[in-house]
Design a protein around this ligand. Structure first.
Ligand code: ATP
Length: 308
C-alpha cells in the first residue's frame, strides 16, 4: 500500500487487511524495490510450504474401514505416544511403511527426524557403517569420520525396514544398540549415547527365521514389544472400493486431469481379484485403468486392461 495520507492507524489497518508493507508517498524507490523482493520471496515460500504440507499429509493417509485397518488405527493411537518399540509384519505392499510413518507422525518425536533404512538393500559388509557410522581409516574407503543412521535419528525415530534380511553380525550390533542405547562408530571404541525410537518391519515370518537360525531370538524380543500385523488386501476386500476411489482421485490429481469414476460392476470385479501384490498392485491397476479406460471405467475396461 502506498499512500500520501498515511497515519499510524491506517498503516496498522492496511497490514491487518493483508498488505505486505505500507509505504508513504513519495515512495523511496530503493525501499519499494526491497519490499517487492521480500514479498516475492515470501510468496514463493508460502506456496512451496503448502505443496510440501499437502505432499506429506496425503502420502501417509491410511484408507480403510475394515476391522483389520480399524484395529491398526486403534493400535497406532495407543502406541504412537509411547517410546515402545514396534515390529510391523505383513506381506509386501500392505502398508507397513505407511504404519511406521504414522507412528512417527503421531508421536512426541514427530518434530525430530524419521530415518529409514532398507536393511535388504545394503550389502552386509556396509550395513554396520551405514547404521553406526565410522571413523577415518576404519576401512580402506573411510576417508573421513561419518555419522550413521542411528546418530542421524537422534531425538526421532529409526525405521529398520526388511529387518528379516539383516545379517547375523549386524543383528548382534543392533541388539547392543537397543540394550544400551549407545552405539560405537566402526573403528572407534568411544560410546555415543543415542535417544532413538526403533520401529522395524518385515515381510518374513521371524519365528520361522529364528527356528532356522537366521534371526536372533533375543533381538526379536527386543524389537517386538508391540506387534502390529498388517493384513493382506485379500483379507480386507471391503476396503477395495474406498481405495479405488482414493487412488483415482490421487492419480488424477497427479496427472492434472478430472477424477474418473469407476462403474459399480468394475469395482465388484476388482474386489474379487487375487491381490498378491496388495495395495501397491491395486494402485498400479487403478493408474492403468485411468490411463487406458473410458471416461467412466467399465467392467469391460477392467477385463481388457487388468485381467488376471
Ligand atoms: N491403507 C492404505 N491407504 C492408502 N494407501 C495405502 C494404504 N496402505 C498402503 N498404501 C499405499 O500402498 C503402497 C505400498 O505401501 P507400503 O510401501 O507402506 O507397503 P509395505 O508393506 O511397506 O511394502 P514392502 O513390504 O514391499 O516394503 C504405498 O504407496 C502406500 O502409500
Amino acid at each position: 500500500m502506498i499512500s500520501g495520507h498515511g497515519d499510524l492507524d491506517t498503516a496498522v489497518n492496511t497490514m491487518r487487511l493483508g498488505a505486505f508493507d505500507y509505504i508513504s508517498k513519495p515512495p523511496d524507490l530503493n525501499r519499494l524495490l526491497n519490499t517487492v523482493r521480500i514479498a516475492l520471496d515470501r510468496k514463493e515460500l508460502v506456496v512451496e510450504n503448502k505443496m510440501l504440507k499437502k505432499k506429506v499429509s496425503k502420502n501417509y493417509e491410511m484408507i480403510g474401514e475394515s476391522d483389520g485397518v480399524e484395529r491398526i488405527k486403534d493400535m497406532i493411537d495407543k502406541v504412537a505416544p509411547t517410546d515402545a518399540r514396534v515390529l510391523i509384519t505383513g506381506p509386501n505392499g500392505t502398508g507397513k511403511e505407511l504404519v511406521a510413518h504414522w507412528l512417527h507422525q503421531k508421536s512426541e518425536r514427530s518434530k525430530g527426524p524419521m530415518i529409514e533404512v532398507n536393511c535388504a538393500a545394503i550389502p552386509s559388509e556396509l550395513i554396520e557403517s551405514e547404521l553406526f557410522g565410522h571413523v577415518k581409516g576404519a576401512f580402506t574407503s573411510a576417508a573421513k569420520d561419518r555419522a550413521g543412521k542411528f546418530e542421524a535419528a537422534n531425538g526421532g525415530t529409526i525405521f529398520l525396514d526388511e529387518i528379516g534380511d539383516m545379517s547375523l553380525s549386524a543383528q548382534a550390533k543392533v541388539l547392543r544398540a537397543l540394550q544400551e542405547s549407545r552405539i560405537q562408530r566402526v573403528g572407534s571404541d568411544k560410546d555415543i549415547k543415542v535417544n532413538v525410537r526403533v520401529i522395524a518391519a518385515t515381510n518374513k515370518n521371524l519365528k520361522k527365521e529364528i527356528e532356522e537360525g537366521n534371526f536372533r531370538e533375543d533381538l526379536y524380543h527386543r524389537l517386538a514389544v508391540i506387534l502390529i500385523e498388517v493384513p493382506s488386501l485379500n483379507d480386507r476386500r471391503v476396503d477395495i472400493p474406498l481405495l479405488i476411489n482414493y487412488f483415482s482421485e490421487k492419480i488424477s490429481n497427479e496427472h492434472g486431469t478430472a477424477k474418473k469414476s469407476f462403474a459399480d460392476k468394475a469395482i465388484k470385479l476388482l474386489q474379487n481379484y487375487d491381490w498378491t501384490g496388495n495395495i501397491r498392485e491395486l494402485r498400479n491397476v487403478v493408474e492403468r485403468l485411468i490411463i487406458l479406460g473410458g471416461t467412466e471405467v467399465s467392467e469391460s475396461d477392467v477385463k481388457a486392461f487388468a485381467s488376471k
